[in-house]
Design a protein around this ligand. Structure first.
Ligand code: ADP
Ligand code: ADP
Ligand code: MG
Length: 479
């Protein structure tokens, strides 16, 4: 992280909606952008929107968007003075962060040291315990064998969740409910950790049934100042992956918000953190929140925080990367209204959310007051099957939660996508669900309430009808 520098040109080391979103802020700030693109992304919007674009040679993700050497070389030869990693890909790679720093460029994110100490889940747990931040009961060192897992279970009881220390994106986790499943789960989890994250360190913590996922957005400068920008509720998940987010959360009172927010800031400052980050908590009750992990990068769901605070988080990332002090103190940051984000994935809710890459034949997007769509898709664009299935994020703001729900319903109805099924259908149905509307949900919501949605969707001939009529009707019968 640089100090007192002016960043003029930024290489965006990413693709898809987040690359487009970063390029937009760079242009707002009068800074130049350099896009990189793999051959499959030749027609991608991030390429055409940036001031400059450079082709990545090689095939597959490892040779392109994960190729540290190639990306740093492009950053240097293109005259960029900084690199923005986005999320996913190399965003949490300590090696990438180091390589960027060693090339004399600014990494728009935390220092490699802070990333290392928070990015690894076991290291982060240890640090939190040292600083009296409550963590989920469980282990603080990698499990070497099944006997160690058995000892841990003896200690904390069943069920437990096994996690990859280097894991992310909801992958590499296994819930163990019975002792007889312990050995197999251990092996599977360890193997998956090595395969997906190149690190076989796994640990175990108590599995909390039906918790709420509440996370705080934090921002720190190089002078040791830190603030939080309130929370996001990301409890609507499928297979531990977020599908829908909102800010603030109905779950917290303003006092609980202040307490937990201060805890989040304390947690990252303990690691000497600088930049934008997210502290995730898993909540058994509003007063019983456990630290879960820190994401040392911009998060997919950051726009809901932007909507309730009026702050452009990418612009703030650049400010702190330039060595500027935070522009406000905690009590100067205001929470205004309510915001929601629906992740529009190229997935078919009627087929167990099976990915549906393909050509987008129609793409007609919602507009109007307080509606935002972050996406790299356009009519005629072909969604490649090589990447994440998220193709857009539909974000709305309202004065109240009710207003936000009404607006998101309206925006979803305006969104017309043809050629591929998307999760828009799921979101329309969600917003009509009485329990959701009442704010009565947790991370098991999808499992408990939505298994039937697949059947319902398969029965209905048209997406709009499913969303507006059939699912609502069915919910009455089945809910
Ligand atoms: P979270 O990681 O808490 O789910 P996000 O939804 O912001 O938060 O994650 C963004 C995306 O980045 C994920 O959907 C996933 O595709 C990717 N991702 C996150 N962490 C990792 C990781 N360690 N390795 C690979 N991909 C990751
Ligand atoms: P990732 O790095 O993949 O985002 P997290 O540790 O943040 O992994 O967990 C992702 C999700 O998995 C959480 O949002 C939650 O739904 C579930 N989860 C994680 N740990 C626990 C736990 N101890 N008890 C219950 N659910 C958990
Ligand atoms: Mg997480």
């Amino acid at each position: 992280m640089g100090c007192d520098v002016r960043i003029n040109r930024v290489l965006v080391a990413n693709r898809g909606e987040i690359a487009v979103r970063i390029v937009r802020t760079l242009r707002d700030l009068g800074r130049e952008s350099v896009a990189i693109y793999a051959d499959v992304d030749q027609e991608s919007l991030h390429r055409s929107m940036a001031d400059f674009s450079v082709r990545l040679s090689g095939q597959g993700v490892a040779q392109t968007y994960l190729n540290i050497e190639q990306i740093v070389a492009i950053a240097q030869s293109s005259g960029a003075d900084a690199v923005h990693p986005g999320y996913g890909f190399l965003a949490e790679s300590v090696a990438f962060c180091r390589a960027v720093e060693e090339a004399g460029l600014v990494f728009i994110g935390p220092s490699a040291v802070a990333m290392q100490c928070l990015g690894d889940k076991i290291a982060a747990r240890k640090l939190m315990i040292e600083h009296q931040v409550a963590v989920v009961p469980g282990g603080v060192k990698p499990l070497e064998n099944v006997a160690e897992l058995a000892a841990c279970i003896e200690d904390i009881g069943l069920p437990v969740i096994l996690k990859a220390s280097g894991g992310g994106g909801g992958r590499g986790m296994r819930v163990v409910r019975r002792l007889e499943d312990m050995a197999l789960s251990f092996e599977q989890c360890q193997r998956e950790a090595l395969q997906c994250f190149g690190n076989d360190a796994i640990f175990c913590e108590r599995y909390i049934e039906s918790p709420r996922h509440i996370e705080f957005q934090v921002l720190c400068d190089v002078y040791g100042n830190g603030v939080h920008l309130f929370e996001r509720d990301c409890s609507i998940q499928r297979r531990h992956q977020k599908l829908f987010e909102e800010a603030p959360s109905v779950y917290l009172s303003s006092q609980q918000r202040n307490t937990l927010g201060a805890e989040a800031v304390r947690a990252v400052l303990a690691a000497g953190y600088c930049g934008l980050g997210t502290v995730e908590f898993i909540c058994e009750s509003p007063d019983q929140a456990y630290f879960m992990e820190v994401n040392t990068r911009i998060q997919v769901e950051h726009p809901v925080t932007e909507c309730i605070t009026g702050i452009d988080l990418v612009a703030e990332q650049i400010r702190v990367a330039e060595g500027k002090a935070l522009a406000w103190k905690q009590d100067e940051i205001r929470l205004h209204g309510w915001s929601m984000e629906a992740r529009i994935n190229a997935e078919d809710p009627a087929q167990q959310f099976l990915p549906t890459p393909g050509r987008v034949q129609r793409w007609s997007v919602p507009l109007g007051p307080h509606v935002r769509l972050d996406s790299h898709v356009y009519e005629g664009y072909t969604i490649p099957d090589a990447y994440d299935s998220m193709i857009a994020k539909l974000i709305v703001w309202g004065n109240t939660r009710e207003e936000a729900i009404a607006r998101l319903k309206r925006a979803l109805a305006e969104l017309k996508v043809e050629g591929i099924p998307t999760t828009a259908l799921f979101h329309s149905a969600l917003l009509n669900c009485p329990k959701f509307v009442a704010g009565d949900f947790d991370t098991s919501y999808m499992q408990a309430e939505w298994e039937w949605a697949a059947t319902a969707a398969r029965l209905a001939p048209h997406a709009d009808e499913i969303a507006e009529i059939s699912l609502v009707g069915m919910l009455g019968e089945m809910g």
